[in-house]
Write a protein that binds this ligand. Structure first.
Ligand code: FES
Ligand code: FE
Length: 434
């Protein structure tokens, strides 16, 4: 299928993704959404879970691969499985819990029972089936490829997809940086404390996590409050262009994007030298300084956010110390879940402070973003206005540079991240082209 109907006429994907703009139908058209679930979410690596969420034998977790309900399990031998949470009898989901431990799952509809490896092991009153009924033919469907990169578990439905490592590409060293902030390399995903559903397309969240243009405006009240409390330097947010600061945005290839705020904080402890802890957290900072003396700056640095936004296409966002997962529910409905993380190799008080810092943005910043997503979705309903611009920085001499690996870097407010990832979107959407 190389073309589909939009406003009654047949158009090609290429007509909808131009070098500096994308067509509104990418955000509002149900047929395109269905194609995305099949082609984007069906052919690339999708983040499913973090191993720390199923560290015990027989641990499990439910989630989605696109819109497909998925059950991620660790069997008694410690092997990971990603199964369709879909009974092979008449399609009911077999597991309705978010997480837990179980050796088997019994479908609540008619009671078929599946081992956590997917095999069908029990059928009530089996003599109702003919002699050709073989239980081994009716195990749960499975995601054919599941790979884990340093604890991050991904699955793909495409047997021919490149390896996960290849897919991560230039995002891999950045993910390494983020993981290696744990002195023992052990990151633990703790909870899904913030889960929100917004009335908008899933790509609005992906666009936004790589967008360095909006914070000065959208999060103005949050930033002003932080400034009043003495927590932030001027950060170029008030008056000067953020482009005059040292932050930058990158398109990493394979759909992945990156915002780097680390140059704002060149040395460990910079954040704490330039800012003050929020009222209510001074005690924890003092405790860490008292207990750890010369090592306190390094430890405090591990408590505060990583200062990076790393988007792993299409559904994983690493924001500060948090892991955010995008789950498309419908063309105009999306669930976002923020998971807090703790790290190994540091004293407990560092993780306590780290947890506290992770309360801030989902509570005070994300509502600004979600309001924008919902209002953008409303604006997208104007059929006469066809295009969504992503042209900031495009055609402006010397704004971007491209390195030998094809990584594109530009000032933090550029929309080069969208121009980049939509090329990967286009590549996947064209897989069904003749
Ligand atoms: Fe699961 Fe019938 S749908 S047992
Ligand atoms: Fe934002």
């Amino acid at each position: 299928m190389s073309a589909f109907a939009t406003n009654g006429s047949r158009r090609r994907w290429e007509d909808l993704v131009r070098v500096d703009r994308v067509h509104r139908s990418l955000y509002v058209d149900e047929e395109i959404f269905a194609a995305e679930m099949r082609l984007v979410f069906g052919h690339t690596w999708i983040y499913l879970a973090h191993e720390s969420q199923l560290s015990e034998p027989n641990g499990f977790l439910t989630g989605h691969l696109g819109r497909r309900p998925i059950l991620v399990t660790r069997d008694g031998e410690g092997r990971l499985h990603a199964l369709f949470n879909r009974c092979t009898h008449r399609a009911a989901t077999v597991c309705r819990e978010e997480s837990g431990r179980a050796r088997s799952f019994q479908c609540p509809y008619h009671g078929w029972t599946f081992r956590n490896t997917g095999e069908l092991v029990g059928v009530p009153w089996p003599d109702g089936y003919g002699p050709d009924f073989r239980r081994e033919d009716f195990g749960l469907g499975r995601v054919p490829r599941v790979e884990s990169y340093r604890g991050f578990v991904f699955g793909t439905l495409d047997e021919a997809a490149p390896s996960l490592t290849e897919h991560l590409g230039a995002a891999r060293p950045l993910l390494d940086y983020w993981i290696d902030r744990a002195p023992d390399g052990d990151v633990r995903v703790r909870s899904a404390a913030h889960r929100m559903v917004y009335r908008g397309n899933w790509k609005l969240a992906y666009d936004n996590a790589g967008d360095g243009y909006h914070p000065a405006f959208s999060h103005r009240s949050l930033l002003k409050m932080a400034a009043r409390l003495g927590e932030t330097r001027d950060m170029a947010y008030f008056g000067r262009s953020p482009d005059q600061g040292p932050m930058y945005v990158q398109y990493l290839g394979n759909g992945h994007t990156f915002i780097d705020q680390r140059p704002n904080y060149a040395a460990a402890g910079d954040f704490w030298r330039n800012q003050r802890v929020q009222p209510g957290r001074e005690g924890l900072e003092r405790l860490i300084r008292d207990r750890h003396g010369a090592d306190a700056d390094r430890l405090l640095d591990l408590a505060v956010g990583s200062q990076i936004n790393l988007n792993i296409f299409p559904n994983l966002l690493i924001i500060g110390n948090q892991v955010q997962v995008i789950e498309p529910l419908a063309v105009d409905r999306t669930q976002l879940t923020w998971h807090a993380t703790a790290i190994g190799g540091v004293p407990d008080e560092v993780n306590v402070l780290r947890m506290r810092t992770q309360e801030d943005f989902p509570a005070f910043g994300e509502p600004d973003d979600q309001a924008n997503f919902e209002e953008a979705q409303r604006g997208l309903s104007v059929p006469e206005m066809e295009w969504v611009l992503m042209n900031r920085g495009h055609g402006v001499p010397d704004r971007q540079k491209v390195d030998a690996d094809g990584v594109v870097t530009g000032p933090v407010t550029d929309e080069l991240h969208m121009r980049g990832y939509f090329q990967e979107w286009l590549r996947l959407m064209r897989l069904e082209d003749p």
